[in-house]
Write a protein of this length. Structure first.
Length: 261
């Protein structure tokens, strides 16, 4: 069965959506069949990075959670748009709704993680996914933490900021108690004058989990402003190379069975 990776952070704006989209694309470029599930139902954004045009979106994850459609109806094949060129590689996106009334309803009612859980395996089997990434809403909210329990791996992002460090410890403790099999960390938005090796040491010392990589706070990433996949637009850039190294560490290998088996 495919591998589920949740990308989360205690605070907002740490780079979850950009890093998730880039890692998903990089794994697709490694020949994997990958999907991104946007569970940030309150403030969705990953569709912009992956280039899903608004008028192409008919059904959303929010519709599925409200029982209005099947999960399979929500999967948009982004392989061509995102420029997946490796044979065998594929990239899907399950976006959430940008409609005000849907977001208001989610804010008021929350959603049923059980419905998500019961349909995820079917979706993964149907699309023959090797990897499913879950982009999340920041913080310690009930739905996100429950969704994390469906994951084989939690990638927790952190910035070198004392506010991040404090809350991250709480998220990690909850994830550990919920029994997430693998917990790994990525530092993002690290100022250029800070030595990346010292960040790895500091994060390891503070939390005791593996550190997959350290990404700099980079003008070029900010300039792109979520209008596309950084690693696709800037291959060979230091940020893309570090993302690539993180993708390699997360690659579970080709798990999917060949078609018709
Ligand atoms: N390494 C970086 N250097 C510079 N800017 C970055 C970097 N990583 C992300 N950003 C910028 O930070 C902003 C927030 O990124 P993103 O939306 O991916 O974060 P997020 O954690 O998903 O936010 P939210 O919590 O709101 O969902 C974006 O404008 C993005 O371009
Ligand atoms: Mg986001």
């Amino acid at each position: 069965m495919g591998h589920i990776i949740s990308v989360h952070s205690y605070r907002g704006g740490t780079g979850k959506s950009n890093i998730t989209a880039n890692l998903a694309w990089l794994l697709a470029q490694r020949g994997r069949r990958v999907a991104v599930l946007d569970t940030d139902l309150q403030s969705p954004g990953v569709h912009l990075i992956l280039g899903l045009e608004k008028d192409r979106i008919t059904e959303t994850l929010t519709d599925f959670l409200f029982g209005k459609c099947e999960m399979e109806d929500v999967a948009y094949d982004m392989s061509a748009t995102a420029g997946v060129t490796t044979p065998g590689g594929a990239l899907y996106l399950l976006p959430s709704s940008m409609k005000v009334e849907s977001i208001t309803r989610i804010l008021a009612e929350g959603y049923d993680v059980g419905r998500l859980e019961s349909h995820l395996q079917k979706l993964m089997k149907g699309l023959r996914l090797d990897v499913l990434f879950i982009d999340t809403h920041p913080g310690l909210n009930r739905e996100t933490m429950l969704t994390t329990t469906l994951s084989d791996c939690l990638v927790l992002l952190i910035r070198p900021d004392s506010q991040d460090f404090h809350g991250t410890a709480v998220v990690l403790e909850v994830a550990k108690r919920l029994g997430v099999p693998r917990i790994a960390m990525v530092a993002n938005k690290v100022a250029s004058r800070i030595d990346p090796a010292s960040v790895v040491d500091k994060v390891k010392q503070a939390f005791g989990y593996e550190v997959l990589g350290v990404l700099p706070l980079h003008e070029d990433v900010a300039t792109l402003g979520s209008r596309g996949l950084f690693a696709a637009k800037h291959p060979g850039h230091a940020v893309s190379l570090e993302l690539s190294s993180i993708a390699e560490k997360l690659d579970p290998g080709p798990l999917s069975a060949p078609p018709g088996s």
